[in-house]
Design a binder for this molecule. Structure first.
Ligand SMILES: [Mg+2]
Length: 367
């Protein structure tokens, strides 16, 4: 039976945000990267209400195809208030892949569903996630890769601190730029390093020993493959450096296993990859109960970023959210969710708290 909360259609936007990080275009998946790309989706209800979601996309066209041809036909006609909808669809589609693009598409749908549920209730999303303990969410500056260029790393670290960030993460793979960033930041500023799975256990051990005076707050994805949880445990035992992992976890269940086994000190679910707000809530609960720390992966700027902020608003202890530190051709939600003195400020508008600006939707960055 149709009601005001019945899903009537889903449409997809391919969002390609040009960015500059002040150096040569960083490599991503074997190619220089000049835009940060995700699929934004709009879920329309019979009432006319619209929910926004965002899905990770290894390929924008492929993801849109999965959303339009596989996910939308199953979601249309269903009630957006049904809390089991995402997991039901995950089960229906499980033969098409338990991880990867199908799960990414469902993640985007789930974020839109939670936006809609909060809008239907007339409350900000954080209220449905347990209530806001804070509406000011501190952020750390996540610098992209400068390929070992010490001067650029040093200057960009200084720029991030001047912009108000109080923590900095690097994406470098060698010792010198890490020591340069520490020298620039001084002691007391948490400094993290993410190698995106660059090393083996011996290489990681050597590098971390040489970086000891950088006093890393955590080492993120130090090992290939990222599933090598025994290696992560060994590395922590050998070096004493805290470890972080999770953005490449295949599914919610892999993330829960990291938390429950204590394989890493920090677990990093990515809302737009691992199952949306529904999955993020499960990982957050596992962290709360296991003592492993929560630090969501946030490499994009759309509805998935807002959804993560809402979850963190309701989570205890306070979590410092990742923010990719680049100059964007358009900063989504710059006015509605402003960044001030090192933190993003949530509001009490229903849902995610902001709809995409017409200046973005009508820009050449969206198709
Ligand atoms: Mg990372």
């Amino acid at each position: 039976m149709s009601s005001a909360a019945t899903i009537t259609s889903i449409d997809c936007l391919r969002v390609r945000l040009p960015f500059s990080h002040g150096g040569p275009a960083p490599m991503f998946a074997g190619k220089p990267r000049t835009t940060l790309d995700t699929v934004w989706l709009r879920v329309h209800l019979a009432s006319g209400l619209v929910g926004l979601g965002e899905a990770y996309a290894a390929d924008l066209d492929a993801l849109v195809s999965i959303l339009q041809n596989r996910v939308a036909p199953l979601a249309i006609g269903r009630d957006a208030g049904d809390l089991t909808l995402t997991t039901t669809l995950e089960r229906t589609l499980h033969n098409m892949g338990r991880s990867g693009p199908v799960l990414h598409a469902l993640s985007g749908l789930d974020i839109a569903l939670w936006d809609l549920r909060a809008k239907l209730a007339g409350v900000p999303l954080h209220e449905l996630l347990g209530g806001a303990r804070r509406k000011r969410i501190p952020a750390y500056a996540s610098l992209l890769q400068y390929n070992g260029d010490e001067d650029l790393v040093r200057r960009t670290t200084a720029k991030a601190l001047t912009a108000g960030y109080t923590q900095v993460k690097l994406h470098e793979r060698t010792v010198a730029p890490v020591l340069a960033a520490r020298a620039e930041a001084g002691h007391g500023v948490p400094l993290m390093l993410d190698t995106n799975c660059a090393w083996d256990i011996e290489g990681a051990t050597d590098a971390l020993v040489q970086m000891r005076e950088a006093d890393l707050f955590w080492i993120e994805e130090p090992l290939w493959p990222p599933e090598d949880l025994d290696g992560l445990r060994q590395l922590r035992d050998r070096t004493g450096v805290s470890t972080a992992v999770g953005e490449n976890a295949g599914s919610l269940h892999d993330l829960l296993a990291i938390a429950w086994t204590g394989a890493a000190d920090w677990v990093q679910p990515s809302a737009l990859k691992c199952g949306g707000v529904t999955a993020l809530q499960r990982v957050a609960a596992a962290c709360r109960d296991s003592g492993v720390r929560l630090s969501p992966h946030c490499a994009f700027f759309g509805p998935s970023f807002l959804a993560t902020l809402h979850l963190l608003a309701a989570y205890e202890p306070e979590v410092v959210v990742e923010r990719i530190f680049v100059d964007l051709a358009h900063i989504p939600y710059a006015r509605s969710i402003p960044f001030e003195r090192g933190a993003f400020l949530l509001n009490d508008a229903p849902g995610l708290g902001a709809d995409p600006e017409s200046s973005l939707l009508e820009s050449p960055y969206v198709s």
